[in-house]
Ligand binder design. Structure first.
Ligand code: ATP
Length: 510
């Protein structure tokens, strides 16, 4: 399904609405509707349980969005949390300079892919993509060009060399997609933190920031948590919460928002062991994604070309969104940078006494950081499909179906009386609904013909439809329709209930 249809499906079926739509919306801010909030809560529950329930050495916290302003000085966000910005003078549109360059490279990559697809068609089964890429002259040149441009861009970003960054845009002859001109302003750094003001303190002193990441709430609570939970290094602290970034370019729906939610886990380890843990967390996190049934071909690791000021190793887990492979999650070896900085700026010791080594040290940190909203988008774009069905008479029809893992789906089952005018059927269906809703999320629907009701449930990903018909009144059995296989089985109401509970629980993923 194309991206535009996905966005309208999300609105039509109550997954995502633009914020303040009545007032024509607020750019890059979105609200989750009735189905959306259920799906999002299920994603969070899966992450939370994977972290805090499946690991006895990880505990959770919920820290505040507002923090002491010095936190952001210590973390480096006040001085260095910038994106390079550039304006087109004719369209007055604003862009991230690095994104313009990346998009330019993605176009070249697109050309490479076209050549590969063509060749694959031509050579058929015997086609060896790797060999083709490494021997085809045109592809080699194009790949070299991409590597050169991205390599230089990385250096300029690291050195904050805005003049060379602009020169690179000019060298690539990148034009504004809106005006079509190359009439650019200078490139300059733009800090992504939103700020606000405390009511009782005037001026700089009272300046507060909305947190741009949840991680710092974990770092400043390191000692509180370690002492009260009596955890020994290595151990982790997990948190889910809102983060805010004044993104320059707000595009691609909920992929890049100004207000979003992060699921972060900081794992504190002995200095010198961080690389082992980094490798371990890379594998653990990739398995977490695979357990959802996401095809392996849609997931890949991407090592960071230039490391952030705090990291000694960093990798992204990228997902193939409808607009290409993009970062879904980051895994970073953050060294002892943050804890040391907080130690310095607070003037307090932030150290751990290791009873086995009999020494004090500032632990090293390996973090896993994933955007809940990006995960939501990845899930929806993988699950939402338009399917052609052929019935017993050979007649074709199409259906829109959201093949979400049952444990993540907003509703676990729909209870449907075959006819809404038949009191006995309605009563039996409502009785079952009343019983099942105590155990899990179910929905009741009696409007329209049964086929249309099935389609409605398919469109929001409900894994099971339980239909109550006249036979139910005779022998207490119901039909259970499977969303994906479309198979219908007759079971007793008790069996149907147990099947739904068993097959939709989070344990199927953990
Ligand atoms: P990007 O390069 O896409 O701006 P980032 O490298 O700045 O992302 P991190 O600081 O590593 O992102 O944040 C961790 C995770 O938080 C990301 O992997 C992503 O899933 C999520 N995230 C970051 N910024 C946003 C945003 N503006 N909207 C939604 N999710 C975001």
């Amino acid at each position: 399904m194309d991206f535009k249809s996905l966005v309208s499906h999300c609105k039509e079926y109550g997954f995502i609405f633009q914020s303040s739509e009545l007032y024509d919306g607020l750019a890059a801010v979105y609200d989750y509707g009735p189905n959306g909030v259920e799906l999002k809560n299920n994603i969070k529950a899966y992450w939370w349980q994977s972290m805090t329930q499946m690991h006895d050495n990880i505990v959770g916290i919920d820290s505040s969005i507002f923090m002491h302003p010095k936190v952001w000085k210590a973390s480096g966000h006040v001085d260095a949390f910038n994106d390079p910005l550039i304006d087109n003078k004719d369209s007055n549109k604003r862009y991230r300079a690095d994104v313009l360059i990346e998009d330019y490279c993605a176009k070249i990559e697109g050309k490479i892919k076209k050549d590969v697809t063509k060749a694959a068609k031509k050579f058929g089964e015997s086609f060896d993509e790797e060999q083709f890429r490494s021997t085809n002259g045109r592809i080699i040149d194009r790949q070299k060009k991409i590597d050169d441009i991205l390599g230089r861009m990385g250096n300029y970003l690291r050195d904050e060399d805005m003049v060379s960054l602009k020169a690179l845009i000019e060298e690539c002859e990148i034009a504004c997609p809106v005006s079509g001109t190359k009439n650019w302003t200078e490139c300059r750094q733009f800090n992504l933190m939103f700020s606000t003001q405390l009511g009782n303190i005037a001026g700089e002193e009272g300046k507060l920031y909305l947190r741009p990441e949840t991680a710092q709430g974990i770092f400043v609570n390191f000692l509180n948590v370690q002492k009260t939970s009596r955890k020994k290094v290595p151990f982790g602290i997990a948190q889910i919460g809102k983060a805010f970034r004044n993104e320059i370019v707000a595009r691609q729906f909920i992929f890049r928002m100004r207000e979003f939610e992060q699921m972060e886990m900081q794992f504190f380890v002995r200095p010198g062991t961080e690389m082992e843990w980094y490798e371990q967390w890379k594998a653990t996190r990739m398995n977490w994604h695979k357990a959802l049934g996401t095809p392996e071909s849609k997931l890949r690791f991407h090592d960071h070309d230039n490391l952030a000021h705090y990291a000694n190793a960093a990798v992204d887990i990228e997902y193939e969104f409808p607009f290409g492979f993009k970062e879904l999650e980051g895994i970073h070896s953050r060294t002892d940078f943050d804890l040391k900085q907080h130690q310095e700026l607070s003037g307090r010791k932030v150290q751990y006494f290791d009873p086995e080594l009999n020494e004090n040290y500032v632990p090293y940190v390996v973090e896993t950081s994933i955007g809940c909203d990006r995960m939501f988008l990845a899930m929806i774009s993988n699950a939402l499909q338009e399917e052609t069905l052929t019935n017993a008479e050979g007649v074709e029809s199409t259906r829109i179906v959201m093949k979400l893992p049952p444990a993540i789906a907003p509703m676990k089952a729909a209870i449907l009386p075959l006819l809404k005018n038949d009191e006995a059927l309605v009563k039996a269906a409502k009785d079952l609904f009343g019983e099942m809703k105590k155990h899990t999320k179910v929905t009741y629907d009696e409007k329209d013909a049964i086929g249309r009701r099935y389609r409605r449930q398919d469109a929001v990903g409900t894994p099971f439809c339980i239909t109550i018909d006249h036979q139910t009144l005779e022998d207490g059995t119901v039909t259970v329709r499977d969303r994906d296989s479309l198979e219908q089985v007759r079971l007793s109401t008790k069996e149907a209930k147990n099947k739904v509970l068993l097959e939709t629980q989070l344990a199927t993923l953990l």
